[in-house]
Write a protein that binds this ligand. Structure first.
Ligand SMILES: Nc1ncnc2c1ncn2[C@@H]1O[C@H](COP(=O)(O)OP(=O)(O)OP(=O)(O)O)[C@@H](O)[C@H]1O
Ligand code: SF4
Ligand SMILES: [Mg+2]
Length: 326
């Protein structure tokens, strides 16, 4: 059984503009399906505004869906309350993009990490400090920062504190929403390595959100490429990098700088037919999604039916892709 199963998930926001009487609908998430197995990493990738964080907020049960369901260990998370909801909140944790914004500036690191330990009564009072130091050590920090405050730490140290805080409750799933994008490039690899080590040690599954395909290449098992609220390609990471099927995946890959290593050179030639056509134009608004294939105004390979007929997500060679070319 999948740890997390997302089916036909939709979230529409009603927004009012100016003097309009009827609100407009923002189709932020428009029919998303994926599953996350134990000890696995599923990456959700796409440009800004395609609905990645909205998927995260739905999966964390921070907002209700317009329709569709999210099953955690086979149970509908939107039906949880009482003890089941509390257990779910412990099992599924979040790491945000901006570690500074997600830490209370008035709380020391000791207070920040001991708070959930106290709330969930995880250790005796006299063992609190030892447990906080143990968690800090797990994320590569020492006891010297115990009584420091967030503003006294570097960005990388702050993100490590946020990660330590999620480990307090022994989560089964961590939703990581762009956990690297606020950090210096030199620090990004260190945090990615830390997440990988923690996954190995604790068998945590990740829903890892990123706009950067380079980041998820070595980190994820499967990838869902999102465009305007929908997953347009869903494949094993090695297959997707081996040969992108959807033209949008192709342009995303060719616009992401490839660091040539022995692992990356094998897919480089296959994406050359997109390489000269770096992604054109802006993503259309999710209030006004283009007819037919939503990607057609920007697609380098569009043809006759693309602006009229919506392509369905079809299974092709052990992956899913929504494009009339398949
Ligand atoms: N509460 C809300 N009310 C109205 N529109 C919203 C709301 N939350 C998100 N949206 C809209 O839904 C769309 C998807 O937003 P979302 O934050 O999920 O995108 P994203 O893929 O995470 O983008 P980014 O990479 O910039 O973080 C955007 O057009 C956004 O403006
Ligand atoms: S359906 Fe047409 S426009 Fe859409 S991605 Fe495929 S080729 Fe491009
Ligand atoms: Mg986001």
């Amino acid at each position: 059984m999948a740890l997390l199963k997302v089916s036909s998930l939709r979230k529409y926001f009603a927004v009012k503009k100016g003097l309009m009487i009827k609100p407009l609908l923002v189709r932020a998430v428009d029919g998303v399906d994926f599953s996350l197995d134990e000890d696995r990493i599923f990456a959700l990738v796409g440009e800004s505004g395609c609905g990645k964080s909205t998927v995260a907020r739905l999966v964390l049960r921070l907002i209700p869906p317009t329709s569709g369901e999210v099953l955690f260990q086979g149970m509908n998370i939107f039906g949880f309350n009482g003890g089941a909801l509390k257990a779910f909140r412990k099992s599924v944790q979040i790491i945000f993009q901006d570690p500074f914004a997600s830490l209370n500036p008035r709380k020391s690191i000791m207070d920040t990490i001991s708070e959930p330990l106290k709330i969930h009564r995880i250790v005796e009072k006299n063992r609190l400090k030892d447990k906080v130091v143990e968690l800090l050590n797990k994320v590569g920090l020492g006891s010297d920062i115990l009584y420091r405050y967030p503003h006294e730490l570097s960005g990388g140290q702050r993100q490590r504190v946020c990660i330590a805080r999620t480990l307090v409750v022994s989560p089964k799933v961590i939703v990581a929403d762009e956990p690297l994008s606020a950090l210096d490039v030199s620090i990004q690899a260190q945090i990615l390595n830390l997440l990988q080590e923690l996954k190995r040690e604790y068998k945590i599954s990740f829903l890892f959100i990123s706009h950067d395909l380079r980041v998820v290449h070595y980190f994820s098992d499967t990838i869902g490429v999102m465009y305007l609220g929908k997953i347009v390609e869903y494949a094993k990471t090695e297959d997707l990098f081996g040969e992108p099927f959807h033209p949008y995946t192709g342009v995303l890959l060719s616009s992401a700088p490839v660091i040539p290593t022995s692992d990356t050179t094998h897919y480089a030639p296959r994406i050359t037919h997109y390489a000269s056509r770096l992604i054109q134009g802006e993503v259309p608004s999710p209030i006004d999604i283009p007819p037919g294939c939503p990607f057609h105004p920007r697609c380098p390979r569009r043809f006759e039916p693309c602006d009229k007929i919506v392509p369905e997500l079809k299974e092709v060679d052990e992956r899913f892709v929504s494009c009339h070319l398949y």
